[in-house]
Design a protein around this ligand. Structure first.
Ligand code: GLN
Length: 555
């Protein structure tokens, strides 16, 4: 084991309730430290035994975020990327499953030299090894410990953090994010649950350095003092993180309370630069926006209410916001269950929306409704953006209704379709036959050549991703098993479908668009994984611009 590790480790844990925004807090801290000139590497620890998030139902887990190197991760990595504005990798995502898989594989290879393999030190050592992998070349590793303190499942990671601190007392700190409820019948903020939660941390041998109090409203001085006293931290190290209108305000809120300085002082670092200017400007813009655009998102997981949905499509929602804000409008999203479109018809469900999005999805349920939504968007000239499955649905709709290929479909939905315009990729078929499901899709960043002269090209040029001449190579993230069937390419192009992007070898269609339409673009990749609050993605920008332009005459 290394004697001195240069990077500092900041653990972020959660207490009292789940879902209080440890991810946003970690991401915000990353943004703050980066703005001060430091290099950060955020890590998410998930306690489940799955090796990645790819095999978990979206209703269960929320969005599966995909990195450049093709890992299917927790949505928190999406927040980290958006806040810190840097691509993350395999090393930034740890699950209990990965850790045990590694330890058990090593055991079978006799790498423990006949020792009995135990949770401590073997599992904790593997966890620490993984923490240190993320520490190369950076100043801070911010490790978000999934779950809530006191759970049986995540205890081993807390234990690893304790051991790391024992080894390197000057290189480790702990931030505890906990909730202060305001019971309606009392109308008063209570700090006792935070105290209890910190006790639980203490019982594991961990003393927090900073407490971030999450609550509906700001925490007042008196309560800050109580938390400081009973939780054994400095008064200045109790930070208030109230509910906010936009998550992008959190870095500003924490920066105003000197969160960055607290961390730097703790480790004896000197502050380098200080600049959250762009964030502050963004927050100001967002707060000043009064105009809304109405967007219908049509998909299948939408029968269960808005609560879960927002979680399953976080990156899509954020990307729409980023693009909309850059045009000084705010997106108002309505989730439309494609089964309803199927049953009641597109006009009944989709009239009155400024734009329509069909996001990624799997399986056959509700796909006829998605195809109908595409048809509505195409015929009524409503701006349309198809993301992965949404691109495949657009291709099917065009094949059926414009190219007159009756019964055209994807083999994912109808294996015996007479016109498989979307078909399984040959290598994927083999994997599925062998039941090799986990981590086997076409995943991560792949290059794509944008076709010159298309509308898509214009969007990538306007956004500065490609130039007006020279290479039109872009890199986008994927997660799919099916693809545009090249046997139908000539026929569909002849009928008017524009292929606006392909893989560099031209073999795989990556983007389709329609001429004579305000905006109709579908991409096989997921552009939403690369949008940033201050750098909206070209395809989302084009979509929003078309909407804003469309709306003008009416306003
Ligand atoms: N189900 C489709 C496929 O596997 C689309 C996947 C997606 O939307 N991510 O190709």
């Amino acid at each position: 084991m290394k004697k001195q590790s240069r990077a500092k480790f900041i653990f972020v844990s959660g207490g009292v309730i789940s879902g209080i925004g440890k991810g946003i807090t970690s991401a915000s801290l990353g943004a703050i430290l980066k703005s001060k000139g430091f290099k950060v590497s955020p890590v998410k620890v998930d306690m489940y035994l799955n090796q990645d998030a790819g095999t978990i139902r979206p209703q269960e887990h929320g969005e599966v975020f995909v990195t450049d190197d093709g890992i299917e991760t927790d949505q928190d990595l999406g927040h980290y990327e958006r806040f810190i504005d840097q691509p993350l990798h395999r090393i930034n995502y740890i699950t209990t499953g990965q850790i045990y898989h590694e330890v058990l594989t090593r055991e079978r290879q006799f790498e423990y030299d006949g020792e009995d393999v135990e949770a401590i030190p073997h599992v904790t050592d593997e966890i620490i090894r993984r923490f240190e992998l993320a520490a190369h070349g950076v100043d801070f590793v911010i490790i978000e410990l999934g779950g809530t303190v006191g759970e049986y499942q995540n205890a081993i990671f807390f234990e690893a953090s304790r051991i790391l601190k024992l080894r390197y007392p000057n290189d480790v700190m702990h931030i505890h994010v906990a909730y202060l409820p305001i019971p309606a019948y009392l109308g008063e903020m209570k700090s006792k649950p935070v105290q209890q939660s910190v006790r639980m941390l203490n019982s594991m041998g961990i003393e927090p350095d900073i407490i971030v109090g999450r609550s509906e409203v700001s925490i007042d001085e008196r309560r800050k003092e109580r938390v400081a006293l009973f939780c054994n931290v400095d008064r200045d190290a109790v930070l208030s993180n109230p509910d906010v209108a936009t998550i992008y305000e959190v870095p500003v809120i924490l920066d105003n309370q000197h969160a960055g300085e607290l961390v730097l002082n703790k480790f004896g670092f000197k502050q380098r630069t200080r600049d959250l200017k762009d964030w502050r400007k963004l927050v100001k813009t967002v707060k000043s926006i009064s105009r809304q655009i109405k967007i219908a998102v049509v998909g299948k997981y939408f029968g269960t209410g808005n609560f879960e949905l927002a979680d399953s499509y976080v990156s899509v929602i954020e990307s729409l916001k980023h693009a909309a804000w850059s045009y000084k409008v705010a997106p108002k999203l309505t989730w439309i269950d494609s089964l309803k479109v199927e049953k009641q018809g597109a006009a009944a469900q989709l009239t009155g929306y400024d734009g329509i999005v069909v996001p990624g999805g799997f399986g056959s349920r509700g796909t006829e409704g998605m195809v109908e939504a595409v048809r509505y968007a195409r015929e009524k000239k409503v701006p349309y953006l198809g993301l992965c499955y949404g691109m495949q649905m657009a291709t099917i709709e065009f094949a059926r209704n414009v190219a007159k290929l009756k019964g055209a479909n994807t083999t994912e939905v109808e294996p015996k379709t007479p016109h498989p315009v979307i078909n399984i990729m040959p290598d994927q078929e083999k994997k599925l036959l062998k039941r090799e499901y986990g981590g086997t899709m076409r995943l991560g960043a792949w290059d794509c050549t944008v076709v010159r002269g298309t509308k898509t090209e214009k969007e990538y040029i306007v956004s500065g991703v490609i130039g007006k001449s020279g290479t039109s190579r872009i890199s986008e993230r994927h997660r799919h098993r099916y693809e545009f069937n090249n046997q139908y390419r000539a026929r569909l192009e002849k009928a008017g479908l524009v292929i606006a992007g392909t893989t560099p070898d031209k073999k795989l269609v990556e983007i389709v668009e329609l001429p004579d339409h305000p905006y109709f673009v579908g991409s096989q990749f997921h552009p939403e994984f690369k949008s940033r609050p201050l750098k909206p993605h070209p395809l989302f920008s084009g979509f929003v611009r078309a909407i804003v332009k469309n709306k003008k005459p009416r306003n």
